[in-house]
Design a protein around this ligand. Structure first.
Ligand code: P61
Length: 468
């Protein structure tokens, strides 16, 4: 089935407050046209992120009651450790409160100024944490990733020739590790194939460089391998995950994605010395190694979530729901990044709004219009998030992709709500020429998209009432 139906029923509901277009227009002005600054209870369908927004299962909620809040040696830690080891199969398991702390601990331990860390495409927190160490974060994804029309099945793959070039250019001794982000969030939630993964490993073996995974969405990546890569149709998701991780030396993970929890993360790795150094730093900044910035109950929910996410019925529905939104938009001619990724549909803002130059943040303008007219919140992944100012001239250097990401929270929205999103975007596409660009009036030196402020360059068409 192309769109398998929900393998769960709803036990608890959270009412959504409806807002008027006038209210949203006011909120946008107050927020400086930055959707991160909009109160969530003024959003109808919130597709800002799939991170920490999952609905937990009854088993996870029950697991919270089993929380053992002992400072040291909580039983939930042992359950969590055993679960992570059984999937990832690395020796050491270090809990953290979320993914970027795992990144921070790893990079502050192994990355030194002047070094270089390649990845297929670095997510913004990964890049920022590497640059914070005075090192360079370099992308080496295959070229197809930058063509929204290219339907290759594994657009998250590493470009091996480019990776080798980067290593030789930097010198292998200045590359402390290589990362693979599965699925590749900044490139459209696209998967990495098993074949590419093992070839990356083989290449790195020749240089003695460790391979780490940014594993936030590993189960979705494994589902795509099962669906698309020859030889994996009859393998379970767990078996595919174990094989995938066997090619690496460790991983960082934000469990707020495929851990199906609202908070949590971890680092898992084999190296003894790195583990000792990371653990010392963990104690300094995060907590004792058997809780790592989390409550015992959070560890329990994570242990249960990491098992549930391997369920194929769940994954078929999950990936199918995202694809359902993508198909509705594609059929109506709305430009989206293809093929549809695992956790989100990405609108191609360059094609959607060809009349707005990249200097005027077309993807941000599109995200603002979606919220103003329909109460839908997406996130800009384009010049605001990844554009850089050229030193000297101050000119903005644009990323290749200019997108609005509609990230679907796991087990949260019904397909009627997804259909509403599609209908709204098709409606907006029909009057796209009325949209105007923005100018940035404030930016922070790092991760500027969270706090940036904008002004509209000229007034667009009047805001419309929500479709209902
Ligand atoms: C997201 F606008 N992602 O996609 P943490 N690696 C990868 C991620 O996708 C990721 C992290 C590491 C988010 C949340 C988010 O500027 C933003 O648990 C591939 O969030 O620390 C997070 O994991 C970091 C959204 C993060 C943002 C930063 O929506």
């Amino acid at each position: 089935m192309r769109f398998p139906s929900e393998p769960f029923k709803i036990k608890v509901v959270e009412p959504i407050r409806r807002t008027t277009a006038a209210e949203r227009d006011r909120l946008l002005k107050e927020a400086g046209y930055n959707l991160f600054r909009i109160p969530a209870d003024s959003v109808y369908v919130d597709l800002l992120t799939d991170s920490g927004t999952s609905a937990m299962s009854d088993r996870q909620w029950a697991g919270l009651m089993l929380g053992d809040e002992s400072y040291a040696g909580s039983k939930n830690y042992y359950h969590f450790e055993e679960t992570v080891r059984s999937i990832f199969r690395y020796r050491h398991v270090i809990p953290t409160h979320q993914g970027r702390m795992a990144e921070n601990l790893l990079f502050s331990t192994v990355v030194k100024p002047g070094m270089c860390v390649p990845n297929n495409i670095h997510f913004d927190t990964t890049r920022a944490n590497i640059e914070h160490q005075g090192a360079e974060a370099v992308n080496a994804v295959v070229k197809e990733a930058y063509d929204p029309h290219d339907r290759s099945p594994f657009k998250g793959n590493m470009d091996l020739a480019r990776l080798e070039e980067i290593i030789n250019h930097a010198g292998p001794e200045r590359v402390p590790l290589v990362l693979l982000t599965i699925t590749n969030n900044s490139g459209g939630g696209q998967p990495v194939s098993m074949d590419n993964n093992s070839k990356t490993r083989a290449l790195l073996n020749r240089y003695g460089i460790p391979l780490f995974f940014d594993a936030c969405r590993f189960a979705e990546n494994c589902f795509f391998i099962k669906e698309r890569e020859p030889g994996y149709r009859d393998r379970s998701i767990l078996e595919i995950a174990q094989e995938l991780f066997s090619h690496g030396d460790g991983c960082t993970m934000s469990a707020k994605k495929d851990g199906l929890v609202n908070i949590g993360g971890f680092l898992s790795l084999n190296d003894e010395q790195w583990t000792r150094d990371i653990t010392n730093m963990l104690i300094l900044v995060e907590g004792f190694p058997t809780y790592g910035g989390l409550a015992g109950r959070d560890l329990e929910a994570m242990a249960i979530g990491l098992r549930e996410v391997l369920d194929e019925d769940y994954l078929a529905f999950r990936v199918g729901q995202v694809r359902y939104l993508g198909d509705l938009l594609d059929q109506a001619g709305v430009p989206i990044l293809k093929p549809v990724g695992g956790h989100a549909v990405y609108l191609d803002a360059k094609e959607f709004l060809p009349h707005i130059p990249q200097d005027e943040f077309p993807a941000q303008a599109l995200a603002v219009a979606l919220y103003r007219s329909y109460g839908i919140r997406g996130v800009e992944i384009g010049t605001v998030m990844f554009g850089k100012r050229e030193s000297g001239t101050g000119r903005i250097l644009h990323p290749e992709l200019e997108m609005v990401r509609l990230a679907i929270p796991r087990r949260v929205y019904t397909n009627m709500q997804i259909a509403y999103v599609a209908e709204s975007i098709v409606d907006l596409y029909g009057r796209r020429e009325s949209l105007c660009g923005l100018t940035m009036t404030y930016e922070a030196p790092m991760l500027r998209h969270f706090t940036a402020r904008f002004e509209e360059l000229s007034h667009g068409t009047p805001a419309r009432q929500m479709v209902s």
